[in-house]
Design a protein around this ligand. Sequence first.
Ligand code: ADP
Ligand code: MG
Length: 698
Amino acid sequence: MLEQEIKFLPGVGPKRAAILTQELKITTVAELLYYFPYKYVDRTKFYKIREINETLPFIQVKGVITNMEVVGEGRAQRLVANFYDGDNVMELVWFRGIKFVKGTLKKKFPYVIFGKPTEFNGKWKLVHPELEEVVEEAEKKVGYIQPFYNTSEKMKSNFLASKAIQKFQHSAIQLCKGKITETLPLWLIDQLKLMPLETALVNIHFPFDPPTLRRAEYRLKFEELFYIQLKLLHLKHERQNKFKGQIFKKVGTFFNTFFHNHLPFELTGAQKRVIREIRKDTLNGKQMNRLLQGDVGSGKTMVALMISLIAMDNGFQACMMAPTEILAVQHYQSVLKLIGDLPVNVRLLTGSTKKSERLTIHKQLLDGSLNLLIGTHALLEDIVEFKNLGIVVIDEQHRFGVMQRARMWRKSFLPPHVLVMTATPIPRTLAMTVYGDLDVSVIDELPPGRKPIRTFHYYDNHRAELYQFIKKEIALGRQIYIVFPLIKESEKLDFKNLEEGYEQLRIAFPLPQYNISMVHGKLKAAAKDQEMQRFKNKETQILVATTVIEVGVDIPNASVMVIESTERFGLSQLHQLRGRVGRGADQSYCILMSSVKLSHESRQRINTMVATNDGFEIAEADMRLRGPGDLEGTQQSGLAFDLRISNLAKDGQILQYARDLAEMILATDPLLLDPKNHILTRQLLALRKNLLNWGAIS
Ligand code: ADP
Ligand code: MG
């Protein structure tokens, strides 16, 4: 029954079925049943007209139409009916379908009207109300919890609005009642006191009452999240059993010399803990797949370098991949500086590496004399082959696609250990879902002596004060970043923005007292590098840039980050940008410039930035504001993110519970061979059809 095609369902037919398939990807009855309402309106309550006030989003009133007439001319023409509830009268108004509506309305006949009330000249009215005939009070047509389904414009114009979907759901349930097979093991349903699947599906579309609806939602959300977690954890177990990992048996001269003679500071407790966690992974003979999360400036690069040194101590090669050339160059330079006279052969490979250097790199990678390769996407090219790659570090991994990461797996006979790092904290729930098959380490401690960055919001008309402030900071020997938004749709406009900004700054900060560098996406790598170097060497006091400097750039003397047109940036981007300052011992500042006119959402973003420096808090706020699907990193992550009913911003508790249970089940029955778990195997197989094989690619 569930696999039956939708076109055979009463009232649907081939034409509407085609539209449903096209617009909602619904072809079978099962797919229809799993198309859930996005909201409900409680229509169990009836109002009297005198009770109506502006706080009510919807009202429902019983009464009769006492008279109606068409008034106005042309586009202002409308049908106005007086609706009488026994005590008072209100107006019902139609602007469209006037003739049709007028033909169907019956006077002195009991109706229930429903809609959003509006006030005009002290009188309440309903524009385009929903209207239901009260044939018999007892009938279930009125006084229920009404589901609302999302529909497209095309659907609406083909008489496939929410109400129509509701009717189809009714037919679908009639058809399938008593025949829907359970998708969770009975023992689990019993233990968690979950609602059976069929009851849940009936009540999600036609809730008996609000408490029953909540139980139905819980059951369906739990199931959805549970299977995703079971799937991810199952893949993780599978991967760990399938792939042997390289063993980094000893800690040798590279690491020890570095640790005792080169380390310029004491490691933080969190850095030490994470190094121990990774170290453990490289000893157990299993391939490591670990996500290292740590707020901007928490010192992830140091962790990556120290692990790479251990790999080298065991005769392996290591590589670090960064998403931008600037960042790769910076890693390269800081690694060179850190290792000093250690006999480590480190090289840089990017899109602009010269051909002769390239050839040397390829040769040294193959003969094993190159120890550490740092680079950009250029590392992914097939021609880049290693003799014995032991570990791959991928920095700012959210900038890479899943497929790109997968390619690094094939760079070695045995898959290398993989450490992905991100400074874009993502909410825990999202991490569990997007990176659910990875182990996670967190650096939750900043190096000592950092003063929290102070963040201020200025409107554009206070620019003079901003310039005052910048001059004061420059006089103290500090340096300033000024960032302009990148406008994706129009590179030209983007450039113009930056150029104009630059011109304006030139006037406010004249030569020879003030020197300004400018960096943007259109510059050639060498020119970009030169500009960055001038700033790094303190030859310039101000660096004007687009978001190319967003990730990773590390210049401790820069203490002010000015962000222009803040409203154009997303929260995680703003947090990244702010993370460019606050790296030295001086008090740092982040100044958010914006126009005076701000949307509600922009204002909330800015307020969040001003209120907190905590990346995780910001990530949570971002998810609440935008929803998980839009968060940076989730789109490229490729995870089929069509959660039908769960919301990662709201259902964190259910998710954690589901993950714990999945973990518990796999701990006692790793291959899911126990007969009481056979439903789980069946459902996982069904899921496998829909999801890519994450285990082998993340
Ligand atoms: P991120 O985690 O954002 O990549 P980085 O690795 O760029 O951070 O480190 C930020 C800065 O902090 C660098 O200048 C680095 O040298 C410094 N740093 C790292 N670890 C420590 C530490 N334990 N104590 C002091 N400074 C540190
Ligand atoms: Mg970094």
